[in-house]
Ligand binder design. Structure first.
Ligand code: GDP
Length: 445
C-alpha cells in the first residue's frame, strides 16, 4: 500500500530509539539521517525533505526533548507534528458559494482520476443533501462524455453534456451553458470535468485556464495520481502556473505508490490536499485529514477514520446502542457477529483493519487477508452457545475444542478470534469513554 515502505522505515527508526533513555546529539543525527533517507526513497521532493529534516533536527536537539520524560517518544511526536505540517496542517473543507450554484472545476493530467472523482464527489455531495450536476467539458477523449454519463448514473447525479452539433468541440461554451442550466434546474453544485493530456502541454493549460475564466469556479481541484512519483512536483507546479487551483486531490492512494507525491505537493504549492481517492469504486474516497494521514504513516493508528467509516455502515440508533455497550463493557461476541455481518456489506474490511494502531506490524497478514476469512469467523461464533457468546470468559479449553470442531476450524483460530475480540472491545471502550464527539449519543458519556 501507499506509504508502506516509508512507514516501515520510520517505525523501524523509532523502535531503535525507544530502547534509549536519553538521546545524545549523535542519536539525533542518526535518526534524522534515517528519516531523510526514508523520505527520499519514498520519492518525496528534495526541497521538502531538506526543510523537514532540518526542522526535526533542530527541535529534537532542543529543550522539549532533553526535558521530556521519554525523549524517544517526544521525537516521534515532533516528527508527527512536522508531518502534519507538510501535509497542509488543518483539514480544509469545500467552500460553498453564497449564491448557488457552487462551481467546482477539476483539472489534471489524463488518467489522473478526474472523471472518477467527479462521480465520487457527486455521490458524496448528494449524501449531504446537495443536488450536484456533472458537466462533461472533456471533449478531447472520444468516450469521456459517455464515461461521465456512466459515473453520473452510478452516483445518481444528472449529467450535462453538449447536444450533438451544438457546442461540440467547445468546452468553454459547454461549461458556460451548464451553469445556466444548473441555475434553471436548481442544482446547487456544478462539477466541471475537464480534459487532460498525457503530459503537461501549453494547449491543455490554455483550455483549462479558458474554462476557469469562463465559469469563475469557487474551487479548482487539481487531481494528481499518487503513483506518478518524482514527477508530482513539476506537474503540480505547471498546473499551478497554468491554471492555478484551490485544492489538491490525491488519487490512487490504494496503489503501491511510495507516497512522495502526497508528501510533496501540499508543501511545494502551498495548496491544501482536500480529498483522497483510494480505489475505483465511488465510495473509495474521503476528505483528507493531514493529522490522520500522519498518524497512519507513523503507524499511530487512525481511530477517528475508523469510527467515521463504521458510522457510515451503521445507522444512528444502532451506533448509539453499540456505543452504550462498549462504554458499559457489555459488548458481546454476539454483537460482534452482528457487526461483522453489517461490515461485510461495507466492502473493504482490509482497509478498516489497516487503520488500527500497530497495523503496520501485521501488514503481511493484512495483505493476505482474505475476506472469506469472515465466513470462518462467523462460523466460529455461530458454533458457540449463546451463553458463550455473551460471556467469552466461559471459553475454557474443552469448549474451544468443541467450537473448533463445530466450525471446521482449529483451536488456534478460535483463540485468535477471542483475543482479537477482547482487544477490540478494550480499545473501543477507551474510545467510548474518551467521548469521541463523532459517534451519535456518545457526548453524554
Ligand atoms: P481522468 O482521465 O483524469 O478522467 O481519469 P479517470 O477518472 O478516467 O481514471 C483513470 C483510471 O484510473 C480509471 O481506470 C479509473 O478507474 C482509475 N482510478 C481513478 N481513481 C482511482 C483510485 O483512487 N484508485 C484506483 N486504483 N484507480 C483509480
Amino acid at each position: 500500500a501507499t506509504f508502506g515502505s516509508l512507514s516501515d522505515r520510520l517505525t523501524q527508526t523509532f523502535s531503535a530509539l525507544r530502547t534509549k533513555g536519553k538521546l545524545s546529539p549523535a542519536d539525533v543525527d542518526k535518526t534524522v539521517r534515517e528519516i531523510r533517507r526514508a523520505l527520499l526513497d519514498a520519492d518525496v521532493a528534495l526541497t521538502v525533505v531538506k526543510d523537514f529534516t532540518a526542522t526535526v533536527r533542530e527541535r529534537a536537539l532542543g529543550d522539549e526533548v532533553s526535558r521530556a520524560l521519554n525523549p524517544a517518544q517526544q521525537v516521534v511526536q515532533i516528527v508527527n507534528e512536522e508531518l502534519v505540517t507538510i501535509l497542509g496542517g488543518q483539514q480544509r473543507r469545500l467552500e460553498f458559494a453564497k449564491n448557488p450554484p457552487t462551481v467546482i472545476m477539476l483539472a489534471g493530467l489524463q488518467g489522473a482520476g478526474k472523471t472518477t472523482l467527479a462521480g465520487k464527489l457527486a455521490k458524496w455531495l448528494k449524501a449531504q443533501g446537495h443536488t450536484p450536476l456533472l458537466v462533461a467539458a472533456d471533449l478531447q477523449r472520444p468516450n469521456a462524455v459517455t464515461q461521465l454519463q456512466v459515473v453520473g448514473e452510478q452516483a445518481g447525479a444528472a449529467v450535462f453534456a453538449p447536444e450533438p452539433g451544438n457546442g461540440v468541440g467547445d468546452p468553454v461554451r459547454v461549461a458556460k451553458d451548464a451553469i445556466v442550466h444548473a441555475r434553471s434546474r436548481q442544482h446547487d453544485v456544478v462539477i466541471v470535468d475537464t480534459a487532460g493530456r498525457l503530459g503537461v502541454d501549453a494547449e491543455l493549460m490554455k483550455q483549462a485556464a479558458g474554462i476557469r475564466t469562463a465559469v469563475d469556479p469557487d474551487e479548482v481541484l487539481f487531481v494528481i495520481d499518487a503513483m506518478i512519483g518524482q514527477d508530482a512536483v513539476s506537474t503540480a507546479l505547471a498546473f499551478q502556473e497554468g491554471v492555478d487551483f484551490t485544492g489538491v486531490v490525491l488519487s490512487k492512494l490504494d496503489g503501491d505508490a511510495r507516497g512522495g507525491a502526497a508528501l510533496s505537493v501540499a508543501s511545494v504549492t502551498g495548496r491544501p490536499i482536500m480529498f483522497a481517492s483510494t480505489g475505483e469504486g465511488l465510495d473509495d474516497f474521503e476528505p483528507f485529514h493531514p493529522d490522520r494521514m500522519a498518524s497512519r504513516i507513523l503507524d499511530l493508528g487512525d481511530i477517528l477514520s475508523l469510527i467515521e467509516q463504521a458510522q457510515k455502515a451503521f445507522d444512528e440508533e444502532e451506533s448509539r446502542a453499540v456505543a452504550e455497550k462498549f462504554a458499559t463493557d457489555s459488548f458481546t461476541l454476539e454483537d460482534f457477529l452482528a457487526q461483522m455481518q453489517q461490515l461485510k456489506k461495507m466492502g473493504s474490511i482490509k482497509g478498516m483493519l489497516g487503520m488500527l494502531p500497530g497495523a503496520r506490524g501485521m501488514r503481511e497478514q493484512l495483505d493476505n487477508f482474505d475476506e472469506s476469512e469472515l465466513t470462518r469467523t462467523e462460523a466460529i461464533i455461530q458454533s458457540m452457545t449463546l451463553a458463550e457468546r455473551r460471556m467469552p470468559k466461559l471459553l475454557n479449553g474443552s469448549r474451544r475444542l468443541r467450537i473448533a470442531r463445530g466450525s471446521g476450524t482449529t483451536v488456534t483460530e478460535v483463540n485468535a478470534l477471542v483475543n482479537r475480540f477482547e482487544q477490540a472491545a478494550k480499545m473501543m471502550k477507551t474510545v467510548a469513554k474518551g467521548g469521541m464527539p463523532n459517534i451519535p449519543g456518545m457526548q453524554q458519556m
